[in-house]
Ligand binder design. Structure first.
Ligand code: SF4
Ligand code: SF4
Length: 279
């Protein structure tokens, strides 16, 4: 089994609790306007447009496919900026065993692994196999997802998973479609299903003043999830929009003030959420 991997961060403290190895898979069906790593959205078409942008000679076209010479790469990301297809020439097709080798090297220093993306659940079968092996190593397994997989039909994946960190980007269906290109029916269904099973340690909403119905989303997400906290703790993380890495055309969204974030956090608490964090 193979899957496209954008990158692996050996030691991350921002992708779940403790020190974790984070695996970022390539490809996502959403097209969120505020995405800060849009180069993970699509699979490479091997168009070759990035090759001439590389100042280090690390890219070439060979038999119709772009080739990345990792040893020559200086990590300048010019190729990502040049790509017209929201992709990266640095994506690797990896096997479960290859990823496990990286994880084994990190084993003494990590509490677990987190699969992220892109949207990692596009590769649910691959992840189920990876999780079975990492669980046997005594590690915890977390999934960072936008909620496009029907988790009620994903028992093989959840069998060895310790939880899902779920994005709820907008509660209003039409607003969600405007922001991401897709509706949120399954996202909200998943939120309730996972919370009821005690498998929802974290939910995140990005806050953009004026551009999104922030108050409505925070209030309704909190109201939906609060009754399930008895089944397992749920941290509601409110993330202030920041323009870093965002596509040029969406970089001018306003950044919320600390006071605006505090007010939304208070609203979430009023609606019954015990653990609210501002990032
Ligand atoms: S990041 Fe991309 S453009 Fe920069 S050196 Fe590496 S391959 Fe070349
Ligand atoms: S990374 Fe982008 S620009 Fe480079 S070959 Fe692939 S699709 Fe084309």
């Amino acid at each position: 089994m193979i899957a496209p991997v954008n990158k692996i961060i050996d030691h991350s403290v921002v992708d779940g609790p403790g020190n974790r190895t984070a695996v970022f898979f390539q490809g996502c069906p959403f097209r969120c306007q505020y995405c800060h790593n849009p180069e993970t959205m699509a699979l490479c078409t091997h168009c070759g447009a990035c090759v001439s942008a590389c100042p280090a000679g690390a890219l070439s076209l060979r038999e119709g496919k772009v080739h990345w010479e990792e040893a020559l790469c200086v990590g300048c990301d010019s190729c990502l900026r040049a790509c017209p297809h929201l992709s990266s020439p640095k994506v690797k097709e990896m096997t479960v065993e290859e990823i496990l080798l990286r994880i084994q090297q990190n084993r003494p220093f990590i509490r677990g692994i987190t699969c992220s993306g892109g949207e990692c659940t596009l590769y649910a079968g691959f992840m189920a196999e990876l999780f079975a092996k990492t669980k046997a190593m005594g590690l915890t397994n977390l999934i960072d997802s936008n909620g496009i997989l029907d988790f009620s039909q994903a028992d093989a994946l959840l069998e060895h998973a310790d939880g899902v960190m779920l994005d709820i980007k907008c509660f209003d269906r039409a607003g969600h479609i405007r922001l991401t290109g897709k509706d949120n029916d399954l996202v909200l269904q998943n939120a309730a299903y996972l919370a009821q099973r005690g498998l929802l340690p974290e939910v995140r909403t990005v806050i953009i003043p004026g551009a999104l119905p922030n108050e409505e989303t925070v209030a309704l997400v909190s109201r939906l999830l609060a009754p399930y906290q008895a089944n397992g703790p749920i941290r509601y993380k409110l993330i202030a929009f920041r323009p870093m890495g965002v596509r040029e055309e969406f970089r001018s969204f306003p950044v919320p003030s600390r006071a605006e974030m505090e007010s939304l956090a208070a609203l979430a608490r009023e609606q019954g959420m015990a653990d609210v964090a501002i990032v």
